[in-house]
Design a protein around this ligand. Structure first.
Ligand code: NAD
Length: 550
């Protein structure tokens, strides 16, 4: 029987978790205050923490039996991940529970500010009503800039569209498919800052994102703009924000999260000057106190997640995470690497002379057509902004010609690359050189589709997709993945089937389902992968290629 301790647990939490995990046989301990050195339970095998619980290296060192930390939240920036990693402690999280909850709250903040609800309420209560002082601004026709288009950011975009706003977005991993579906446009961070009436933050707290909103960012924003932060306090340099507000370089701010938000409990207290200087905490306390006094600032105490429905989802997933842990499964284990691992770009070679004729090329060496060279140059133009560290092609000349044309057109001719037969196209055996449509007429549609798509369908004297997978995936794991783990951006130019093999592995697609996956010409797949080499995030860049001659 293991001891599992829940910190920052409300009485409602305790009631629910006892119900959800009562039958597990574990000793469940509930501590209502945030985790501290005074109340930590050294014998715990697992702890379930909230965002207010700081699991530092010292805390971890004092818990020698600790095997897992179940975060009752999506973010895990309150955990010292390297200390956890060193001890092999599994960190579990609740990946989705509040994508609507937090997006709705973001608009609650926005409308409260834009329509001056607190002042209007005060006017109604006191009868001291002056139209001018409680006059607000429309949202319709205004531009909102969303920083981070993950689950929450995209819902904010959807809501904004409902308010007839124009939506701009910035994300280092843009999702063009969702952008087209929802109707927003990606732009650079500085253009977003300059063009938005409302700026809303929905990116995670990482080292790279520390003080994303700083003096420089704020130097671009409109003096009437409203900044919303429902993501994490560390994204905004509070001192820079305060100066921008005080100097009327920013119109207002709605902040559910703040640097040192834990000090909100004590921030009304007087600031202690020790020897005439302020310590970090005292400076933060002073900043928070000053922000509290500004009429165009709305503060909430990290409350965007807090609805009954969201709390239920957090508890259900946390209980499931703990059950799963003891059953040897950890689907919601934090894979820390998404922020640090490099970018994997995969594209198919451009049109070859045989593609133009509709012939099965397989492993035969056929050059790009004239149109194929033009297509590759277009792809090169499209990736100009991406700094490529290393590239791979197959042994077939058409991938090499595609790769070299891409690098040339993107101004990156000196990018090192290697060619590997592991990435070669599937050998189409006896069908090689035959016209695809003639084969279809000969063998019938069903067999033809099996030949082209199925996982393990034999081609006379040729390879199956499975055989391609068995050479392409080990190459990915042994050669490409280590580069991604070093943070490199890697471009792979390969073929329909070697790419489908990589997609199958990266996206964990079943043998049956891979039959439905196509790798079209003129797209670049952009993956972020976890340390185990599987996909963490994907976006697809579609490139408008020069059409083949009629
Ligand atoms: P998500 O992982 O689905 O999406 C995050 C997105 O941010 C990703 O698309 C990522 O590529 C992008 N991103 C990373 N760095 C970026 C940068 N520098 N600029 C722009 N985009 C960047 O996460 P989510 O579930 O949408 O959560 C978003 C944020 O909301 C997180 O910070 C999370 O901790 C926070 N959150 C807050 C509350 C609350 O109560 N206030 C509740 C839940 C989540």
């Amino acid at each position: 029987m293991a001891q599992i301790t829940f910190y920052s647990a409300t009485t409602q939490d305790e009631e629910h978790f006892r119900q959800l995990l009562g039958a597990s046989g574990h000793e469940l301990t509930f501590i209502h205050e945030p985790l501290s050195h005074q109340n930590l339970t050294p014998n715990s095998e697992g702890i379930a923490t909230f965002v207010t619980d700081k699991v530092t290296a010292e805390v971890i060192a004092k818990m020698p039996n600790l095997r897992f930390i179940a975060c009752r939240a999506t973010g895990y920036d309150n955990i010292d991940m390297s200390a956890a990693r060193e001890r092999g402690i599994v960190v579990l999280t609740v990946p989705t529970y509040g994508e609507h909850t937090v997006a709705e709250f973001t608009f609650a903040l926005l409308l409260t500010l834009s329509r001056k609800i607190p002042a209007s309420h005060h006017a109604a209560l006191t009868g001291d009503i002056h139209e001018q002082t409680i006059s607000g601004h429309d949202l319709a026709g205004k531009t909102i800039g969303i920083i981070g288009t993950g689950k929450i950011g995209r819902n904010v975009a959807r809501i904004a569209k409902g308010f007839a706003m124009d939506v701009l977005a910035y994300d280092p991993y843009p999702n063009e498919v969702e952008a087209a579906r929802i109707g927003f446009t990606y732009t650079s961070l500085s253009a977003l800052a300059a063009q938005s009436d409302v700026i809303s933050l929905h990116a995670p707290a990482t080292k790279q994102n520390y003080h994303l909103v700083d003096d420089q960012f704020l130097s671009h924003v409109r003096p009437t703009a409203i900044l919303l932060n429902t993501a994490r306090g560390s994204l905004v340099d509070s001192a820079s924000l305060l100066h921008a507000l005080q100097e009327n370089r920013l119109g207002g701010a709605g902040l559910d999260v703040l640097e040192h938000e834990e000090l909100l409990h004590a921030s009304n207290e007087a600031v202690d000057f020790i020897g005439g200087t302020l310590g970090e905490d005292q400076t933060a306390k002073q900043t928070i106190n000053t922000l509290k006094g500004l009429p165009n600032v709305l503060l909430t105490p990290h409350n965007a997640y807090n609805t009954q429905e969201a709390l239920d989802r957090i508890r259900q997933t946390t209980a499931q995470n703990i059950t799963d842990f003891y059953e040897g499964r950890t689907p919601n284990q934090v894979k820390e690497t998404m922020q640090n691992n490099g970018q994997l770009l995969i594209t198919r070679h451009c049109e070859s002379e045989w593609n133009a004729l509709g012939k099965w090329t397989g492993s035969t060496d056929v050059h790009l057509s004239e149109n194929g060279f033009k297509q590759a140059a277009t792809i090169g133009e499209a990736v100009k902004e991406i700094h490529i560290d290393y590239a791979f092609a197959s042994q077939q000349i058409r991938t090499l010609e595609t790769l070299e044309s891409i690098l040339d057109a993107s101004g990156q001719v000196s990018v090192p690359y290697q060619r590997s037969e592991s990435l070669n196209e599937r050998d189409y055996g006896d069908y090689t050189g035959m016209n695809k449509w003639e084969v279809r007429d000969k063998v019938g549609e069903e067999e033809w589709n099996k030949i082209r798509r199925d996982w393990d369908h034999a081609v006379p004297n040729g390879e199956t997709l499975k055989m391609v997978y068995e050479r392409a995936v080990p190459f990915y794991q042994q050669v490409i993945l280590p580069m991604l783990r070093e943070g490199k951006t890697v471009l792979v130019v390969a073929h329909g089937n070697s790419i489908r093999s990589l997609i199958k592995y990266l996206e964990n697609i079943s043998d049956e389902d891979i039959a439905h996956v196509e790798m079209p010409f003129g797209s670049i797949l952009d993956y972020k992968v976890a340390d185990d080499g599987r996909m963490e995030a994907k976006s697809v860049m579609k490139i408008d290629l020069v059409a083949p001659p009629a």
